[in-house]
Design a protein around this ligand. Structure first.
Ligand code: GTP
Ligand code: MG
Length: 578
C-alpha cells in the first residue's frame, strides 16, 4: 500500500521564542497605554519572584501561536533504545543540519525532541529513513516526523553526557506539593510556589505544538492548507502539567490568503460539496480525519469519535508525546476565548497564581474533575475568578466591555454573528493600582463566592457585574462571546452546594492561620492545609477545640447566607459537617 504523502508548504519565517507567561500588577484605568515597552512593577507580596521573569514586551497570543507552530514544523521526534548515548544521537542528527534546540524525555520509552534550524534538515533525514520492511508486525508505512534511531553497532555511553539537556515530564503529586508548601514563609509564597511547580514548562509547550503539527501532517493528506492549532489551557496561560491538549483544525486558513485574483473576463470558483449544516460538515471532517488518525497515524491510540457533543470532537491519546488530545473543528470562538484568557493571564502576575491555586484546590476536593459531569469545569471556575478580580476595589482586571473599547480595527472579530472583539495586545492595557496580595485575594475569593447569591444572580465577565439570572440553572455563567449561553449549564445544585460549602469553610480556615506557623513547620498550614481533605485539615491544623468552633462558624455562616441566598440552606451538606 502506498504511504500517504505529506504535503508540507513553505513556512513563515519568524524568530523562535517562547512567551513570558507572567505579568506584573499595577495600574487602574483601562485606557489604552501608548507605551509598548512595559516594565514589571508589582508590589504584591510574593510576586517578586514572578516579576523577575517579566519580559519587556508581552507577546500577543497570535505571535505565540505562529512561533510555536513554526518551530514545531522544523521539529522531529526520535525514539531510541535504552542505553544509547544521547550525545551520539545529537551528533548523528546534526549531520542533517543545525540543531536549534533539543531535549530528551522518558515517555513511552526514551525520546528526543529535536528542532532543526531549517526545514530542509527534515527532508534530509527523511531521505535516509527506511520503511522497516522486515518487521514481523504487519503495518502501514507513513512518512512522518516520528523516527526510530537504532545503532548499527553498539555505541559507547562513555561520551560526556553532562551537557545534554534531559527533560522529565514533571508532575509532582499533591502530597509532595503539600510538603513543599509547608516550607514557604507566607501563603502568597505558597501560591507562587504552587504556580512554579504546576505551570507548563517551555519543553512541555513545545511538545504540545509538535503534537499539533504531527496531527496537521495527517490532516493535510485531505486538506493540504489546513492548520492544527493548540487552544484551551495548553496556550491560555493557565495550563497545568498533565492537562489535556485541545486542538483546533482550522480550515479557514484555506483560501484566507486568496486576495481577489485577476482572472480576466470570468470569475473562477472551486466546486464545493454542499452540506445540510456547518455542524454536519464538522462531524464529517472530524470523522474522516479521526479514521485517518486511528488507522494510519503511528502512536495515536484510544481514538474516540464524540461527534454528537455540542462541540463535536475526536479524542485520542498521542503516545509519543503522552498527551490526551481533543481535536475539534469550526470552533473559532473557543480559540478566541483562549486568546481572551491569555490576555487576562498576562495582565498581572497575581492572576495566574490565583487561578492555579484555586484550580488545584478545586481539583483536590473533587469540585472539578477530569471527566465530564454535573460539576464545575476549569473553564467556568476561571471565569468566576476573573469576575471576582473585576469586582475588587480598585478592579484588578478590566471587563470584556472595557477590553472591547481598547480594540483596534485588527482586533475586530465577529464569529458566526457573535461579537468577539477585544484588544489582543496585552501591552495596550494599563495596569491596576490595586496592590492586594494574592493571599488576601484567595481569602476574599472564598468569602465572595461563599456569600454570592447564586440563586438569583448570574456571572458575566463582559460587564463585570451581577445580573438577574435569565433561567433557573443553579449556576449561571454567561458565555463571554455566545452571550445567550450559560457555560455552566451542566452544573447541578448538589455540586454548587459543595462548592459554596467548601469556599465558606476555607475562608474561615484561612482566617485562622496562626501567624507563627513557621515555628514547628511540621503541620501543613496555610495553602498546604487547604489542599488536604477537609477533615484532615480541621483535626491536624486547627485542633479539637477549633474543630468545634469551625462547625459553629460554618453554621453561623450558613444562617447569614440564608438571609440573602434562599438556596444556600442546602449548602452545608452532611459532607462538610462530617
Ligand atoms: P483544562 O481543564 O485544563 O483542560 O482547561 P481548558 O481551559 O483547556 O478547558 P477544556 O479543555 O474543557 O476546554 C478547552 C477550551 O474550550 C476552553 O479553554 C474554552 O476556551 C473552551 N470551552 C470549554 N468549555 C466551554 C464552554 O462551555 N463554552 C465555550 N464557549 N467554550 C468552552
Ligand atoms: Mg483543555
Amino acid at each position: 500500500m502506498a504511504a500517504p504523502m505529506l504535503c508540507l508548504p513553505p513556512l513563515l519565517r519568524c524568530r523562535p521564542q517562547f512567551p513570558a507567561m507572567r505579568g506584573p500588577g499595577r495600574g487602574q484605568a483601562w485606557r489604552s497605554s501608548t507605551g509598548v515597552v512595559m516594565q514589571g512593577q508589582s508590589q504584591a507580596a510574593g510576586g517578586e519572584e514572578a516579576d523577575s521573569e517579566v519580559s519587556a514586551r508581552k507577546k500577543m497570543f497570535t505571535e505565540v501561536q505562529a512561533e510555536g507552530l513554526e518551530q514545531a514544523q522544523k521539529t522531529v521526534l526520535i525514539s531510541y533504545p535504552t542505553g544509547i548515548s544521547k550525545r551520539s544521537i545529537l551528533q548523528y542528527l546534526s549531520r542533517h543540519g543545525n540543531i536549534n534546540s533539543h531535549f530528551f524525555y522518558e515517555g513511552h520509552g526514551p525520546h528526543a525532541m529535536v528542532e532543526f534550524s531549517e526545514r530542509e534538515s527534515i527532508y534530509s533525514l527523511q531521505d535516509v529513513a527506511q520503511i522497516a520492511c522486515c518487521s514481523s508486525v504487519p503495518g502501514i508505512p507513513l512518512k512522518s516526523r516520528l523516527f526510530t534511531l537504532t545503532p548499527r553497532q553498539s555505541l559507547s555511553q562513555a561520551l560526556d553526557e553532562t551537557s545534554v539537556h534531559n527533560y522529565q515530564h514533571p508532575t509532582i503529586p499533591v502530597e509532595d506539593l503539600v510538603q513543599k508548601l509547608c516550607c514557604a514563609d507566607s501563603i502568597s509564597n505558597q501560591m507562587y510556589s504552587l504556580l512554579n511547580e504546576y505551570q507548563l514548562t517551555e519543553e512541555n509547550i513545545k511538545l504540545r505544538f509538535l503534537a499539533c503539527s504531527l496531527i496537521q501532517d495527517i490532516a493535510r493528506a485531505y486538506f493540504p492548507e489546513c492548520v492544527v492549532k493548540p487552544f484551551g489551557s495548553s496556550v491560555n496561560s493557565f495550563g497545568k502539567l498533565g492537562c489535556d491538549l485541545d486542538m483546533f483544525l482550522d480550515l479557514d486558513e484555506i483560501g484566507r490568503s486568496s486576495t481577489p485574483k485577476k482572472t480576466g473576463a470570468f470569475q473562477v470558483e472551486y466546486h464545493i460539496k454542499r452540506m445540510p449544516s456547518l455542524r454536519t460538515a464538522t462531524q464529517k471532517i472530524l470523522s474522516v480525519i479521526g479514521d485517518c488518525i486511528a488507522n494510519f497515524s503511528p502512536g495515536c491510540t484510544h481514538v474516540q469519535k464524540i461527534l454528537d457533543a455540542r462541540c463535536p470532537l475526536m479524542r485520542f491519546f498521542h503516545q509519543p508525546t503522552g498527551f490526551q488530545c481533543d481535536l475539534t473543528a469550526n470552533n473559532r470562538v473557543a480559540l478566541r476565548s483562549s486568546e481572551l484568557l491569555y490576555v487576562y493571564g498576562n495582565l498581572d502576575s497575581r492572576v495566574r497564581a490565583l487561578v492555579f491555586t484555586i484550580r488545584c484546590w478545586a481539583r483536590t476536593h473533587g469540585i472539578t474533575s477530569s471527566t465530564s459531569g454535573p460539576w464545575i469545569t476549569n473553564f467556568s471556575l476561571t471565569m468566576m475568578i476573573l469576575f471576582f478580580l473585576q469586582n475588587r476595589k480598585p478592579p484588578i482586571l478590566p471587563t470584556l466591555a472595557e477590553l472591547k473599547n481598547l480594540a483596534d480595527a485588527e482586533d475586530e472579530h465577529v464569529i458566526r454573528g457573535h461579537d468577539c472583539t477585544f484588544v489582543s495586545n496585552p501591552n495596550k492595557i494599563n495596569q491596576t493600582e490595586n496592590t492586594e496580595t494574592v493571599d488576601v485575594l484567595l481569602n476574599e475569593f472564598f468569602e465572595y463566592f461563599g456569600n454570592f447569591d447564586f440563586s438569583s444572580k448570574s456571572i458575566n465577565i463582559r460587564e463585570g457585574k451581577e445580573h438577574n439570572k435569565p433561567e433557573p440553572s443553579p449556576l449561571y455563567i454567561q458565555n463571554p462571546f455566545e452571550q445567550a449561553r450559560n457555560i455552566s449549564a451542566n452544573v447541578n445544585q448538589n455540586q454548587l452546594d459543595r462548592f459554596v460549602a467548601l469556599t465558606r469553610e476555607c475562608a474561615w480556615l484561612l482566617q485562622q492561620v496562626d501567624q507563627d506557623h513557621g515555628r514547628d513547620n511540621k503541620q501543613p498550614w496555610g495553602l498546604a492545609a487547604l489542599l488536604l481533605p477537609l477533615i484532615k485539615i480541621t483535626k491536624k491544623s486547627v485542633g479539637t477545640r477549633s474543630l468545634a468552633s469551625s462547625r459553629i462558624k460554618v453554621l453561623l455562616n450558613s444562617l447569614r447566607a440564608n438571609s440573602t441566598n434562599k438556596k444556600g440552606e442546602r449548602a452545608f451538606s452532611s459532607w462538610s459537617l462530617k
